[in-house]
Design a protein around this ligand. Structure first.
Ligand code: PLP
Length: 384
């Protein structure tokens, strides 16, 4: 009873930092000495390391996960008149980017078992857009929510048949693999985020694009630097300022040696939660053929009252929890009107709506110890 326990974080960046602080300080000092704050050699070094890790042929570092999505869609020329299909149950950035480019997001329902895009509903909504003939089905953004890979072979098959672009929003899932191939090799391009709490995070904003396509990679490099190509100050296309800065790149390089071990630790924690909680609540299951990145660990409660009761009870015991996401995107004030106007006959999105009321994220980071996991699990059981 008197043991002093470390506070449990929903995420924890301090434990990791303690392991590599000296290296981080040395690396930041080295960038300060070099003065190469933009496009320093550490950026290319990181890109090579991320390509090697993921197995993708090319990696282009960019300023955030959101900008990675935007650069990928700009490279395809996605804009007005284009329909971009994406899950209704995801972070806002996935939907914001097509809207910023003038395209129309078409929200697709998700599966309760995987939290990821529902393929039957995807096919149905592509057919509705085709039948209506107002928008051109251009792209599918698959999200690997919470680090669980979407069904990429099936998404690729649907899009290949229709000539649609596939973009993997892997912001929560770097490190995950499917049938032995890491994310970054499945879709036409994959977007990573290095927001501090993601599986691989920097100390600010950062992101990257992975692709096996050399032409796309070259375009991404142009677009992240204002569309410049050929020579400096020759502007070939409309781009943006979307570079990854050198200090963030070197911080990520310092974290790379820990990354495999951290993914393994997340898998152990997920298995422990499942063992302790699997008979009491819906836990995220293992997935056939997939190695998950376990970026976020979300359980499902019976209804909103139970979810809110468990959340409050955890909070009273000093245990943080999170709700990803409290609202499906088609109910967000910014998107609701556009959603209703996007296609004439709009089928409902019942699973996305239901998940928002029942989902609860438990503490998940590689530095949780077994006693802490057990304490969280016991608190959840006690609150049911
Ligand atoms: C975090 C996140 C993004 C955006 O990444 P940023 O680096 O914060 O711009 C996009 N999509 C999903 C699913 C995310 O979780």
């Amino acid at each position: 009873m008197t043991a002093v326990t470390r506070p449990i974080g929903l995420f924890d960046m301090a434990a990791q930092q303690a392991l590599i602080r000296a290296d981080i300080d040395r690396r930041i000092a080295s960038v300060l000495d070099s003065g190469r704050f933009i496009n320093g050699p550490e950026v290319a070094e990181l890109e090579a390391a991320l390509a090697a890790f993921s197995g993708a042929a090319h990696c282009v570092g960019v300023s955030s996960g959101t900008d990675a999505l935007q650069i990928a869609m700009m490279a395809e020329g996605i804009g007005r008149g284009d329909a971009v299909f994406l899950p209704a149950f995801t972070y806002t950035a996935t939907a914001e980017v097509p809207l910023v480019l003038g395209a129309t997001p078409i929200f697709v329902d998700v599966e309760e078992g995987t939290f990821n895009i529902d393929l039957a509903d995807l096919r149905r909504r592509i057919a509705l857009v085709e039948a209506e003939g107002k928008l051109r089905p251009r792209a599918v953004v698959g999200v690997d929510l919470f680090g669980r890979p979407a069904d990429w072979p099936a998404i690729q098959a649907i899009c290949a048949e229709k000539g649609m672009f596939t973009l993997d929003d892997a912001a929560q899932a770097f490190g995950a693999s499917l049938h032995g191939k890491r994310l970054g090799q499945w879709a036409d391009a994959a977007a990573l985020s290095f927001y501090p709490t993601k599986t691989l995070g920097c100390y600010g904003d950062g992101g990257a694009l992975l692709t096996n396509d050399a032409d796309r990679a070259a375009l991404y490099r142009q677009l992240r630097t204002h569309g410049e190509g050929g020579s400096r100050y020759e502007v070939l296309r409309t781009g943006m300022n979307g570079r990854l800065d050198t200090i963030q790149a070197t911080i990520l390089l310092a974290k790379m040696p820990l990354f495999e071990g951290e993914l393994a630790a997340r898998r152990v924690i997920a298995a422990r939660y499942a063992e302790q909680l699997g008979d009491a609540v819906r836990v995220p299951g293992e997935m056939e053929g997939a190695e998950q990145a376990w970026g976020i660990y979300s359980i499902l409660l019976r209804d909103e009252a139970e979810r809110d009761r468990v959340k409050a009870s955890l909070q009273a015991q000093g245990i943080p929890s999170g709700i990803y996401y409290p609202k499906p995107l088609h109910h967000q004030p910014a998107y609701a009107a556009g959603h209703l106007a996007s296609i004439g006959q709009m089928p409902p999105l019942p699973v996305a709506e239901s998940l928002c009321g029942r989902i609860l994220a438990l503490p998940m980071h590689p530095y949780l110890d077994t006693a802490q996991v057990d304490r969280v699990a016991a608190a959840v059981r006690g609150a049911l």
